[in-house]
Write a protein that binds this ligand. Structure first.
Ligand SMILES: [Zn+2]
Ligand SMILES: [Zn+2]
Ligand SMILES: [Zn+2]
Length: 129
């Protein structure tokens, strides 16, 4: 049975955005917070204006010349945890999903609106238009 570790809001606005406060050395890849120089760090989508599309320059130059002001995403977390993408599609495994971090929805309650900011159930009528 699928059981998310954190709330949707945590994944959208805290996961790899808020700085890690742990003092001891630990594995960054399994820690939900952001670390200095970490490639997986995300910009808060409420403060930075970027679309859920991979940045072509980041691939080309290994580091995007526009940095934080770029309007594209720079890693898989920025891409998949973007409010316009995270849980806007159903997971093919449904509630049987065993991924520790899955970017898709497992129930209709989890399904989010593609428009970005709301819960899907409240906008079903407009959403598929
Ligand atoms: Zn950490
Ligand atoms: Zn970029
Ligand atoms: Zn899943």
């Amino acid at each position: 049975m699928y059981k998310p570790h954190f709330s949707a809001d945590f994944y959208l606005y805290t996961f790899k955005i808020a700085n890690c406060t742990a003092q001891h050395p630990h594995d960054w890849s399994t820690c939900p917070f952001a670390h200095p120089r970490e490639k997986a760090r995300r910009r808060d989508p409420r403060l930075f204006d970027y679309e859920p599309l991979p940045c072509p320059d980041d691939k080309k130059w290994h580091s995007c010349p526009r940095g934080d002001s770029c309007s594209y995403t720079h890693n898989v977390y920025e891409f998949h945890l973007h409010p316009k993408r995270f849980r806007t599609q159903m997971c093919q495994h449904g509630v049987a999903c065993t991924r520790p971090l899955c970017f898709f929805a497992h129930t209709l309650e989890e399904l989010r609106c593609r428009g970005g900011w709301g819960h899907h159930a409240s906008c079903l009528a407009n959403c598929f238009a």
